[in-house]
Ligand binder design. Structure first.
Ligand SMILES: Cc1cc2nc3c(=O)[nH]c(=O)nc-3n(C[C@H](O)[C@H](O)[C@H](O)COP(=O)(O)O)c2cc1C
Length: 212
C-alpha cells in the first residue's frame, strides 16, 4: 500500500496503444466502487471512452482551454508552461470520465444536509482508489482538468444536474517517473509536510520530532 502511494504518478506521456481488457478494467472500477461515500450514497458514475471520435473531440476541448490557460502566464512561466505536457488524450487508448450524480436519493441525504459538497468528495475518494489500484496493476492514469466542463458534459451527454468530477486518461505505459513531471520540469516541487500540520488550532504549529 505504501509503495503504491509513493510510486503513483500522474502520467501524461508514454501511453501504449494496448487496450485494457474488460476484466482488468472491471477490477479497477471495483476498487473505485469500494471507496467510502457520504451516507453510503456511492454517487460515482463512470463513462468508459474508447471511441476515437470522442477522444479526439475531448482533445479539441483541451486545446481550446489550454490556449486560454497559457494566455494567463507571462515571461519565463509562460515559456515553461508551453513546454509542459499536460495531457495524453490522443495517446491513451481509453479515457474514463467520472461523474457525480447529485440527484441520486441513495443515502437519504445522510451527512449532506450540512455539507452537500460531500457527494463530490466521495467521488474523489473513488478516483483515488482507482488511481492506486491502477498503479498496482502497472496502468497509468492522467487527470486532465484543463477542459471546459460544460463542453465535455454536452459531448458525453451528461445530464445538467450531474457534475463532471474528473476526466482521466487510462492505459498501459512505458514507465512511471520517480518524481512528478511538474517537479522534473521545474514548475513546482513537493512541499515539506511539517508546516502543514497544526496543533489544536489552525494558527498553532505542531511541535514534532523529526522522524524522517
Ligand atoms: C484534481 C486534479 C487535477 C489535475 N489536472 C491535471 C491536468 O489538467 N493536467 C496535468 O498534467 N496534470 C493534472 N493533474 C496532476 C497533477 O499535476 C499531479 O498530480 C501533481 O503534479 C503531482 O504529481 P503526481 O501525481 O505524479 O504525484 C491533476 C491532479 C489532480 C488531483
Amino acid at each position: 500500500m505504501y509503495r503504491a502511494l509513493r510510486e503513483r504518478r500522474d502520467v501524461r506521456i508514454g501511453y501504449l496503444p494496448q487496450l485494457i481488457d474488460d476484466v482488468t478494467l472491471y477490477r479497477l472500477l471495483t476498487a473505485a466502487h469500494q471507496a467510502p461515500s457520504v451516507g453510503f450514497m456511492q454517487p460515482w458514475r463512470f463513462i468508459v471512452i474508447r471511441s476515437e471520435a470522442v477522444r479526439t473531440a475531448v482533445h479539441g476541448i483541451f486545446q481550446r482551454a489550454n490556449t486560454e490557460a497559457a494566455a494567463r502566464y507571462q515571461g519565463n512561466r509562460k515559456e515553461l508552461y508551453s513546454r509542459l505536457n499536460l495531457e495524453g488524450l490522443l495517446e491513451a487508448p481509453q479515457h474514463l470520465c467520472v461523474v457525480c450524480d447529485d440527484e441520486s436519493e441513495r443515502g437519504h441525504c445522510l451527512g449532506r444536509n450540512s455539507m452537500p459538497e460531500t457527494s463530490i468528495y466521495s467521488v474523489v475518494c473513488a478516483i483515488q482508489n482507482l488511481w492506486l489500484a491502477a498503479r498496482t496493476e502497472g496502468i497509468g492514469v492522467g487527470w486532465v482538468s484543463i477542459l471546459d466542463p460544460l463542453a465535455v458534459k454536452e459531448l458525453l451527454r451528461i445530464p445538467p444536474a450531474a457534475q463532471l468530477v474528473a476526466y482521466l486518461c487510462l492505459g498501459y505505459v512505458e514507465g512511471f517517473a520517480e518524481v512528478p513531471d511538474l517537479e522534473r520540469y521545474g514548475w513546482e516541487k513537493r512541499a515539506e509536510l511539517a508546516p502543514l500540520i497544526r496543533a489544536d488550532y489552525f494558527d498553532q504549529s505542531y511541535a514534532h520530532r523529526d522522524v524522517r
